[in-house]
Design a protein around this ligand. Structure first.
Ligand SMILES: [Zn+2]
Length: 116
């Protein structure tokens, strides 16, 4: 019984010493300069004028939209137009509204006549 206890203690000591040695080796051979510099107080500026203080690896941040001005959070309609796509869509919508629609009634009557 005593022998088993002594062997267990020896194994425990061996395991702890191995862990200690591995930590020591990893500390000694740790790589330097692999992490970017962290800026704890960076001002993130939005296009709407809101400024937020965040932590980042970038020295300064500028964003186009934030929670202050995003339609989902603000509840107001704001269209983020890129390359005039929205303008083109509005023009097409106006043109479509002005031109009279081809009525489906004619088609229905035609098919009704065919059926007769
Ligand atoms: Zn904003």
């Amino acid at each position: 019984m005593r022998m088993i206890l002594i062997i267990r203690m020896n194994l425990l000591v061996l395991f702890v010493s191995l862990v200690f040695i591995s930590i020591l080796v990893s500390y000694i051979f740790m790589k330097d300069n692999i992490h970017p510099k962290f800026y704890p107080k960076v001002k993130a500026k939005c296009a709407c004028g809101a400024v937020y203080e965040v932590g980042s690896t970038l020295p300064e941040i500028s964003v186009e939209i934030c929670s202050n001005c995003h339609p989902f959070y603000s509840g107001t309609e704001k269209i983020i137009d890129t390359a005039g796509r929205v303008e083109r869509f509005k023009k097409l919508r106006d043109i479509a509204a002005k031109t009279p629609k081809k009525s489906k009634v004619k088609k229905v009557t035609k098919t009704a006549k065919k059926l007769r």
